[in-house]
Design a protein around this ligand. Structure first.
Ligand SMILES: [Zn+2]
Length: 342
């Protein structure tokens, strides 16, 4: 027997929009549920729903929670979808944030978790969650996460003129490399590949924080979208966590650079290396040496630039070291992360 969602109605409740509240057919095992066909919604105003019918609709809705409740710009939140005790069993949850798809991880207790980027300069982040229940009922909810803006320091830097006035051949190279990194960071590996807490890739003082406003050679304005850690040429640089090397290349601005895919849209980057010790496609363990500190690319001296991408946005890598995230990180990556949904 094939299950199909029933004809839909739309109910608007504050920021939450509830779609297709009607059950259809007899519950079937998950594998019997086909690729659902979205029903054409018929708008119905809240006033038209009798109170007695409204109550079961609300009891069905899973709890959406996120922490921190108001993130700083350049950080991320952990979003959870928890089934209501009286609600129907959830078959599948899908979601997007800032219009980009999210990968949700199902935990043993039935809740779903994911990370949502709060990009630089965004006062709020729109999140859309769609829940498909086991009987074919769908429920859509829209959230708007508030974001706190931060004050960032400013600095003036001197670099070789070719980094502020690249010639036309270099501009072509920059465009090609930008496209390559863009394609990489938009690739969504559906499972977390990392293992527990993240670690600093190099021990040393921070020489330049994330978010710094920069003026290169008094003419080029830019933002620093990573974290600079002081080091000497040749110092070992270690993978902040396990994952797969997504890219290992010599790039114009980033110099010798390594990017690691940690899964669910989370990537870390290690720039300005003197040597790269890994190649694309290779699996790396947390703490493994992936290269050596150097001064390649647009730099003023040897250091490591550590980068974090989430959902394609450059975020503050320090967010990975936050103690609150460490606890959640261990939950997201139990001993066997390759659990398949029942
Ligand atoms: Zn940097």
């Amino acid at each position: 027997m094939i299950l199909r969602p029933a004809p839909a109605s739309v109910v608007t409740l504050g920021t939450a929009t509830v779609l297709s509240i009607a059950c259809a057919g007899t519950p079937q095992p998950p594998e019997a549920v086909p690729e659902p066909v979205p029903p054409a919604p018929t708008p119905v105003s809240l006033a038209e729903i009798p109170r007695a019918e409204l109550k079961p609709l609300l009891a069905l809705a899973p709890r959406l929670r996120w922490t921190p409740s108001i993130p700083d710009e350049g950080r991320f939140v952990v979003l959870s979808v928890e089934p209501a005790a009286a609600g129907l069993p959830i078959f599948e949850v899908s979601a997007s944030a800032s219009g980009r798809p999210l990968e949700l991880i199902r935990l043993p207790g039935g809740a779903y978790l994911t990370l949502v980027a709060a990009p630089l300069g965004a006062p709020e982040v729109p999140v859309d969650v769609e829940i498909l229940f086991i009987n074919g009922t769908r429920l859509n909810q829209r959230l708007s996460l508030r974001v706190t803006s931060r004050d960032f320091p400013a600095s003036r830097l001197r670099v070789a003129p070719r980094y502020t006035r690249p010639d036309s051949a270099t501009l072509e190279r920059i465009a090609r490399e930008r496209e390559m990194i863009h394609a990489m960071r938009e690739t969504l590996t559906p499972l977390p590949l990392w293992d527990g807490s993240f670690e600093l890739p190099l021990r040393g003082p921070t020489t330049s924080p994330y978010g710094q406003r920069r003026l290169f050679n008094d003419e080029l304005r830019s933002r620093h979208t990573g974290l600079d850690i002081d080091g000497h040429t040749g110092d070992p640089v270690r993978a902040a966590n396990s994952g797969r090397v997504a890219l290992s290349a010599d790039l114009f601005y980033n110099g010798q650079a390594v990017f690691i895919d940690h899964g669910i849209g989370l990537y870390t980057g290690y720039f300005h290396l003197s040597k790269r010790a890994v190649v694309a496609g290779e699996w790396v363990e947390k703490g493994q040496i992936i290269g050596r500190v150097g001064a390649t690319g647009r730099v003023t001296g040897p250091h490591l630039h550590w980068h974090l991408y989430l959902q394609g946005f450059s975020l503050d890598p320090r967010a990975l070291l936050d103690p609150d995230f460490e606890a959640i990180s261990r939950q997201l990556t139990p001993a066997s992360p390759l659990t398949v949904e029942p």
